[in-house]
Design a protein around this ligand. Structure first.
Ligand SMILES: [Zn+2]
Length: 428
């Protein structure tokens, strides 16, 4: 698989443009407009909103569409595409080949994080003039690279259309951070009929030149918010008339963090923020917290969430106030399909630029492409999620995070080689 230098350059340029304008989950309107324009010009058929997503499965989407689209327009998004995409960011693009063959879906996540990018002179995006233009937002997980890789694979497919068979579905998924978009894609019409599914991540503490063909240990996870609604009161005159939402939240937190571990495997819980409205002499009437659970399996995560629900209700009863729990994101565990892992290994072995193929490695985090791997497997297809190594100056989600652009071309080549191998194999 030899890619033209022009395609590799285009991947880097695209990644740098996306890097300058990071967009948080479900607000990726500028990114979607850019992706749509590119894919439309390549001859893909585009699918937006409910044409690719199952809208009832959308989670954690609390945005002002008009404000975000206005912002995207000011950042250079084409107005016609902003109109055409409707309310939902992200898209799927399909291309049918002349000859019949398998349906292959490739998924790339497109969102960024609420992190302020480093302004240190050694930080390559900063000294290279393509650091985030937006204070407090940053592509600190490499999804700008993923999106650029996806567009270059799409271009390779379009340029090689005559040689290929079957159908390609390119999925540019919104809302991967917080695991809020994957379920809606997996349950949407775009996954129905898929024979082979591939997704990947850059980095994850794997060095440049290495590929992990079979990451294991994807953690099932649930992201939740909890709102405590009490009563305000004067803390001196009549404290008895109040219902202290902060006290109730504190009770719930201390108990949630003490949920016993489970004999069947690893579990995790974190409460990452607590905000309360009150004052020194005012009994706080409301409190809001954000937390998450994880487990080695869906059953273990369900065990944690069952305890979280029980504790939240019991804490409410103790303090005499109302507690509401909302799920804002979810992802299951998954296992890659062994046949597809074997094929990936074969293809990776032949690629220049890849000098280390790691069979297995624990992923140690969560990823909502697992919904898609599971959905494709459930309908008799095969799925694989792999890691394309990239040296990182700083870890994921940190302000000095950056990907090694030298690996972008290898990622495009590996994805393209997999597509070629799958259609060639199937037509034999
Ligand atoms: Zn990521």
């Amino acid at each position: 698989m030899n890619l033209s230098p022009d395609l590799i350059d285009a991947t880097v340029r695209c990644r740098r443009d996306l890097h300058r304008y990071p967009e948080l989950s479900w607000t990726e309107y500028r990114t979607t407009a850019k992706v749509a324009a590119t894919l439309d010009a390549l001859g893909y058929q585009l699918h937006f909103g409910e044409d690719y997503l199952d809208l009832p499965s959308v989670m954690g989407r609390n945005i002002d569409v008009a404000v975000e689209k206005q912002r995207a327009a000011e950042q250079g998004a084409d107005f016609a595409w902003l109109e055409r995409m409707g309310d939902y960011s992200g898209l799927a693009a399909t291309m049918s080949m002349a000859r019949p063959g398998p349906v292959i879906a490739l998924r790339f996540d497109i969102d960024a994080l609420p992190v302020t990018e480093s302004r240190f002179s050694a930080h390559v995006p900063y000294c290279g003039g393509f650091a985030s233009e937006i204070e407090g937002k940053m592509h600190a997980c490499g999804h700008d690279g993923h999106t650029a890789i996806g567009l270059s694979v799409a271009r390779w497919v379009a340029e090689n259309r005559e040689r290929l068979t079957g159908e390609i579905r390119m999925i540019f998924q919104p809302g991967e951070e917080g695991c809020c978009g994957g379920k809606a894609v997996a349950k949407g019409p775009i996954i129905t009929g898929v024979d082979y599914f591939l997704a990947m991540h850059l980095g994850i503490n794997v060095p440049s030149g290495a590929v992990v063909v079979n990451p294991t240990g994807f953690l099932a996870t649930t992201k939740f918010d909890m709102t405590f609604s009490g009563h305000p009161a004067h803390a001196g005159i009549e404290p008895n008339a109040g219902a202290n939402a902060l006290a109730c939240a504190s009770t719930a937190i201390s108990q949630m963090l003490a949920i016993p571990s489970h004999r069947d495997g690893m579990t995790r819980i974190n409460i990452g923020s607590l905000v309360s409205e009150g004052g020194r002499n005012v009994i706080p009437a409301s409190a809001h917290l954000c937390g998450e659970t994880r487990g080695e399996t869906q059953a273990l995560d369900a065990y944690m969430m069952e305890a979280v629900r029980r504790i939240s209700q019991a804490a409410g009863a103790m303090h005499g106030l109302k507690v509401e729990l909302t799920v804002q994101g979810e992802a299951p565990d998954c296992a890659n399909s062994p046949e597809l892992v074997a094929r990936l290994r074969q293809q990776a072995e032949q690629l220049p630029g890849i000098n280390d193929i790691v069979e297995q490695r624990p992923f140690g985090a969560s990823e909502d492409a697992t919904w898609m791997v599971r959905a494709v497997q459930a309908q008799g297809g095969q799925g694989v999620y792999f890691i394309m190594g990239s040296d990182l100056p700083e870890g994921h989600h940190k302000s000095g995070f950056d990907i090694d652009e030298a690996v972008l071309g290898s990622a495009v080549a590996l994805m393209a080689a997999m597509v070629e191998s799958l259609v060639t194999h199937s037509s034999n």
